[in-house]
Design a protein around this ligand. Structure first.
Ligand SMILES: [Zn+2]
Length: 354
């Protein structure tokens, strides 16, 4: 069994906002559901997890990625009471402290892996981070957790090459922006086709810029794509590129909104698909999993299965009837997927052997 470190930001409930009488989909109930499931099912005990304590990130850690003007804006806006920022993002009075602890938790997870305290780590944090750019909040995200972790590991632990893989239903546009011209960080994002779907970025043709052309990789998944399409993508492209890049470790931006019950997206990953995607990565590289999106009731079960994949445990087979799920999938989905896969392979061929 692999040793897995687990951390969560225990002040996350202070980040909460009601807009016109309605809570944001990104609210404290998300992480509470996961922690409750873990408690009810003794998940941490069963997987012999190492519990890591959350600490606050330093300003220096954050400024390796974000501009000081933007960071000052976040701090002063939060401490003066917060409010609606636009781009589906809010701050409230407690948000600043929550953000420091969320980032700090992520850094503790990274440190535990890179110093050999554990093989892999899971950081259950909110708010999520993958849509945040160096100077811009977006899509519930304020600070880019994965990017700050990558820079921290490069700066303090001499990691040379880091891969960031996103399996949230939404493209990892903020992370992509930050590393677009940096060949030391490979960014792979597998997400729902962003034509008419947030964040309207993350198209196959967005591939990085010199000197990092080919180091940003976007796979547009057609609506209804699920376990088998993800498996084919990783087998034919994702893992091959990762192997050739040879990262010191992988940061996995793990959103649970690619799940078939998610109402904010139209993908069809099941428990099996999450287990399989995480296993393919963590069986080859030390992996730090960060919670991104996911807004349905099965978040606890999915976080549980991700933890089992990291621990290297076998798990009880998915109860979902895969056959009926496959049957409900339109055949046009597979045709579109195959043509997108082919297009991506052709575009990547000058950069990677596929
Ligand atoms: Zn998402």
């Amino acid at each position: 069994m692999n040793s897995v470190g687990v951390v969560y930001n225990n002040n996350h409930e202070l980040h909460d906002y009601i807009l016109k009488g309605f809570p944001s989909p990104e609210n404290p109930a998300r992480l509470k559901k996961i922690l409750q499931h873990f408690m009810d099912n003794s998940v941490l005990e069963k997987n012999s997890c190492r519990i890591l304590s959350p600490v606050n990130a330093s300003v220096e850690d954050i400024l390796r990625v974000h501009t000081s003007e933007y960071f000052s804006f976040v701090q002063s806006r939060s401490l003066s009471g917060g409010g609606w920022l636009g781009n589906d993002t809010y701050l409230c009075e407690g948000s600043f402290d929550v953000l420091l602890q969320a980032v700090g938790s992520v850094l503790e997870a990274g440190k535990a892996v890179v110093t050999g305290q554990c093989d892999h780590a899971l950081a259950l944090i909110r708010p999520p981070g993958h849509h945040a750019s160096a100077d811009k909040h977006s899509g519930f995200c304020i600070l880019n957790n994965a990017a700050i972790l990558a820079r921290y590991l490069q700066h303090l632990y001499s990691c040379q090459k880091i891969a960031i893989v996103n399996i949230d239903a939404h493209a990892s546009d903020g992370t992509q922006n930050i590393f677009y011209a940096d060949p030391s960080v490979l960014c792979i994002s597998v997400h729902q086709d962003p034509s008419g779907f947030y964040p309207f970025k993350g198209f196959i043709r967005e591939m990085g810029s010199i000197p990092a052309l080919g180091y940003t990789l976007n796979m547009e998944m057609p609506q209804e794509a699920g376990n088998s399409e993800y498996a084919i993508f990783f087998e034919e492209i994702g893992l091959k590129v990762l192997e050739q890049f040879g990262p010191d470790l992988v940061i996995l931006e793990c959103g649970f909104d690619s799940y078939y019950k998610e109402k904010l997206a139209k993908l069809n990953l099941t428990i099996d698909g999450y287990y399989d995607s995480v296993s393919r990565i963590c069986s080859r590289w030390h992996t730090i999993v960060l919670l991104e999106g996911g807004y349905h009731d099965d978040l606890g079960m999915l976080a549980d299965v991700v933890l089992q994949a990291l621990a290297g445990n076998r798990y009880t087979k998915d109860e979902i009837d895969q056959v009926s799920l496959m049957a409900s999938r339109q055949s046009s989905c597979r045709r579109t997927f195959q043509s997108k896969l082919k297009e991506l392979k052709i575009l990547l061929s000058p950069h990677w052997e596929l």
